[in-house]
Design a protein. Structure first.
Length: 386
């Protein structure tokens, strides 16, 4: 028992000595430690490398990639029928459509898409003439179904129209031959399969949807079973892709300006400002002629963004100007301006910083173009910041 008490006393004494030593160490420090704590190590200076190049300024605008224009094509109700119903829709959103393509049926009759600068305004058939006939002929020529366009709907145009329908597995409608107009003799001679005298092929207005720009991408289609009304339409987006940029004022850019376009996920593109518009009070846009919040359309030159890029954010870099060409470039924080208006930089040489007087040529976005007033500064050397 006595031996156990002695051991416990020894252990307790050792613990007291150790604790006391630790406590003393936290209370008493040497003069050297005090001095070190009062004078922390000097932080290494921040330096930057001198570069040589052009100092440029530019304006940057937010933008988005969009289809060039949207076309809303309204179906015509079938004449003479109790009602007109969309019986099939042959294209879908995202599909690219072209002139001469059958896109739907109304009451079981084909509806063709035709490229034309104006909407058709009547049925056209043998004996008719005019700009609408010529527009139809131009498309039949483009499809390889007709050898020329003259604005006169004769038997050769009728034969081409039959082939257009046949290519879609359909049969063209017939109407009574006009009593006061005969097909051109030259056309009739070239056509061994002219229409019967009492009935001749024609293209009804209800079978035509005209679009000013084709091919185009389908945006929306009328639903099968929809009753045709003024709201029944095929909506197309132009196959052409543009960049629409938001600008503060209509004078920020001008038509014809060259710009650069950065699109998420794509290489940088070159472009040209195509037009500038300002919203009017009613929310519509008009051609810009006065400073205001405005939009500008940029047409890419060279490579065009793919349709998959539509909807992506973009940035347009415009009004690029060279402020200093082939100059020495340093961060603006490396330049200290004197009371006399001159600049100075601290040039790092042989482990020392040497003060060099410089002339500041131009500054932009935290960079400065300089030239030494004495001595020499070369690209690749280092200057002190701050």
């Amino acid at each position: 028992m006595r031996r156990a008490l002695v051991c416990s006393a020894v252990v307790l004494g050792a613990a007291v000595l150790i604790g006391g030593g630790w406590f003393a160490a936290t209370i008493f420090v040497s003069p050297g430690q005090v001095e070190a704590a009062a004078n922390p190590p000097e932080q290494a200076p921040l330096i930057a490398e001198v570069e040589r190049g052009d100092l440029t300024s530019s304006d940057v605008f937010p933008a988005s990639v969009e289809f060039a224009d949207r076309q809303v094509l309204t179906l015509s109700p079938a004449a003479g029928d109790a009602r007109a119903v969309v019986t099939s829709s042959l294209v879908g959103p995202g599909e690219v459509v072209k002139s001469g393509q059958m896109v739907a049926t109304v009451n079981g009759s084909p509806v063709f898409l035709i490229e034309s600068p104006f909407p058709f305004y009547r049925d056209v058939g043998v004996g008719d003439s005019g700009p609408d006939v010529e527009a139809l002929q131009n498309q039949l020529v483009g499809l390889g179904l007709l050898d020329g366009a003259d604005g006169e709907f004769g038997s050769r145009t009728a034969s081409a129209l039959r082939r257009l329908y046949a290519g879609q597995g359909a049969t063209p409608p017939l109407r009574a031959a006009p009593s006061d107009t005969e097909p051109a003799a030259a056309e009739a001679a070239d056509d061994a399969t002219s229409d019967p005298a009492e009935k001749q092929v024609y293209l009804p207005l209800t079978s035509i949807l005209t679009a000013p720009h084709l091919p185009a991408t389908v945006r929306s289609v009328p639903a099968v079973g929809e009753i045709v009304s003024e709201a029944t339409a095929l909506t197309l987006d132009s196959a052409a892709v543009v960049v629409r940029m938001q600008i503060g004022e209509a004078t920020d850019v001008a038509v014809g300006d060259s710009v650069r376009v950065a699109v998420d996920g794509l290489d940088e593109l070159d472009g040209t400002v195509q037009d500038v518009t300002v919203p009017d009070a009613g929310g519509e846009s008009e051609q810009a002629d006065s400073p205001s919040s405005a939009l500008a359309t940029v047409t890419p030159t060279g490579m065009t963004p793919p349709s998959e890029a539509v909807g992506k954010a973009a940035t347009v870099i415009a009004n690029e100007r060279v402020l200093a060409s082939n100059a020495l470039l340093v961060p603006l924080s490396a330049v200290k301006m004197t009371a006399g208006g001159e600049g100075q930089v601290l040039l790092h040489q042989d482990g020392q910083f040497q003060r060099v007087d410089v002339r500041v040529i131009a500054t932009v976005d935290g960079s400065a173009a300089i030239e030494p007033l004495e001595g020499r500064i070369d690209a690749g050397q280092e200057v002190r910041l701050g």
